[in-house]
Write a protein that binds this ligand. Structure first.
Ligand SMILES: O=P(O)(O)OC[C@H]1O[C@H](O)[C@H](O)[C@@H](O)[C@@H]1O
Length: 534
């Protein structure tokens, strides 16, 4: 079977299936059973050409201005071929291409706002070829303009255009000689280095005396050790998995992954380092580990960033995703004097909400998700894991300079009063889309019915109290803890988050959910049944 046949349905590519919220994701390499390639070079040519056409319509510049698009990629094994395909699509559409090679997602956005004509910046648009932490056979595309990452509706528009381009001129055979190569990461890392220097009072090497271990998980984040930390004076001995390797042989590059966090924690402890920093594959997500091996991710990273940002902007609003803890709200509002706006899941939703609040007059400086995505107003609301780490580094350097303390204890102390639940769990219930109960409205309607039934059950249970302000799913307090049942952003799945002071309380919360959802035949509640059974 040819690659094109493999990827098509009756000779047609189902471009819509490639949409994953505000990204494009697909299978780019054959070899995994049941996962046929659907993000081929040909589809990528069409998608890039469609982005070029979309950008021309969006920018509305005089026809004499030739728009320029930068392309970067992470360490995936399909990166080079998809980069070539994307470049062909753009050149074929009559626009200029600049190739950055191995890059990070935030660097690609940054290139749309960098003012430096000698390196062909700002570009009018940028494409990052990445599938974040997904397995080696996947890949995808993210798109940027100087207004930020493209949203869901833009992606639908681009895929509709791509399908048309694909059916009209399936393969554009065009030379690559017109594509220019630029080392943009040099500029991006210089921006990060300068941000730390500025924040640390103009010192050239403000991290002198710090030992910081980086774990890039063989993704694109290896640059952080040699090009950011070392010029700032830090020792990076014992940093690991900095070399790009698209098979990700050591662990999944994902700060939400247990094994990945265990790996960086071990490295920090073995090295007796002051701090550990871990990135996902394309460096838009990050987490840290303090010198005692305490993970600074999820609610803790949000609390830490909130403490830093609220010290700079007293009273400001912190926007987060929906699965954040009650303890975080108490910390932000009670201890830090800020406002916690718990919004929806999805980094783009969270960041867009931060931007929106400012437009309606509410001061918000930080928008951050438990996944390790985060953006600050001071950094153009750029979703950048590396910039979150820059803020931690500034804090460390400033504390050392002022004699406030040396090492990451300074960071841990900032969140000393964050209350954490003893039990934290996430269970995910699949909806069987081929089940006869699934009506014309599909899994989303079905999921909504489940949620509405839960809503009714909760209302009649005196031990449970529904959250008065909630933007996604059903969030309920009870037995000293809480749960949230919601629809997954992309998958036919209902994720359930529970936090509780004890296993017994968690089981009571879980049982209340089970009572409300067990009669929904298309919903696989086995994970919850097993959880309750212990
Ligand atoms: O809704 P879920 O299935 O839990 O997935 C939600 C997550 O999807 C993607 O990974 C996005 O990058 C995250 O920003 C988002 O939080």
């Amino acid at each position: 079977m040819s690659t094109k046949e493999e990827s098509t349905t009756a000779g047609k590519v189902d471009f819509k299936k490639l949409q994953n919220g505000s990204d494009i994701r697909g299978v780019a390499v054959a070899g995994v059973e049941g996962e046929p390639v659907n993000l081929t070079e040909e589809t990528t040519v069409a998608i890039a050409a469609a982005f070029a056409a979309w950008l021309v319509d969006k920018k509305k510049l005089p026809s004499t201005t030739k728009l320029r698009i930068a392309i970067g990629h992470d360490s995936r094994i399909s990166a080079a071929s998809l980069q070539t395909a994307a470049a062909k699509g753009i050149l074929g559409a009559g626009l200029d291409v600049v190739l950055y090679g191995l890059a990070s997602t935030p660097a690609m956005f940054n290139s749309t706002i960098t003012e430096r004509e000698d390196i062909l910046c700002p570009v009018h648009g940028a494409i990052m070829i990445t599938a974040s932490h997904l397995p080696w056979n996947r890949n995808g595309l993210k798109f940027f303009t100087n207004e930020g990452g493209l949203g869901k509706s833009n992606i639908s528009d681009i895929l509709t255009r791509a399908a048309k381009i694909f059916s009209e001129s399936p393969m554009i055979s065009i030379g690559m000689k017109e594509a220019q190569k630029i080392n943009y990461m040099e500029q991006y890392t210089a921006d990060l280095v300068n941000a730390v220097r500025r924040g640390a009072g103009g010192k050239e090497r403000p991290l002198e005396g710090f030992h910081i271990v980086v774990d890039a998980g063989n993704g694109a984040g290896g640059f952080f050790a040699a090009s950011v930390l070392e010029p700032l004076g830090a020792v990076t001995r014992g940093s690991q998995f900095l070399e790009p390797d698209g098979m990700f042989p050591n662990h999944i590059p994902n700060p939400e992954d247990k094994k990945a966090m265990e790996s960086i924690t071990k490295a920090v402890l073995e090295q007796k380092a002051d701090l550990g920093i871990i990135f996902d594959t394309d460096v838009d997500r990050a987490a840290a580990v303090d010198s005692s091996g305490r993970e600074l991710n999820r609610n803790r990273l949000i609390a830490l960033m909130a403490a830093i940002v609220l010290a700079e902007h007293p009273g400001t609003t912190v926007v987060t995703d929906s699965v954040t803890s009650d303890g975080l709200t108490t910390f932000i509002e009670g201890k830090l004097g800020g406002k916690h706006h718990r919004f929806k899941r999805g980094y783009k939703n969270v960041i867009d909400e931060g931007i929106r609040l400012n437009t309606i007059g509410e001061d918000a400086h930080l928008a951050i998700e438990t996944s390790g995505h985060g953006a600050l107003k001071e950094n153009h609301w750029l979703d950048d894991g590396a910039y979150l780490m820059v803020k931690l580094l500034i804090k460390l350097a400033a504390a050392k300079a002022s004699g406030e303390g040396h090492g990451s204890q300074v960071l841990s102390d900032l969140i000393g009063e964050l209350k954490e639940a003893d039990i934290t769990t996430e269970l995910r219930f699949k909806i069987d889309q081929s089940h006869p109960d699934i009506g014309a409205g599909g899994f989303r309607d079905y999921g909504e019915q489940v949620l509405s039934n839960l809503d009714k059950t909760v209302a009649s249970d005196p031990n449970l109290k529904k959250a008065s302000v909630n933007f996604e799913g059903i969030r309920v307090s009870g037995y000293g803890g809480w749960f949230l049942l919601r629809l997954s952003l992309h998958d036919p799945v209902l994720p359930l988050n529970i936090e509780a002071p004890s296993q017994e309380a968690a089981v009571k919360l879980g049982s209340a959910v089970l009572a409300a959802v067990h009669e929904f035949g298309a919903l696989d509640v086995t994970p919850l049944q097993k959880y309750i059974a212990g």
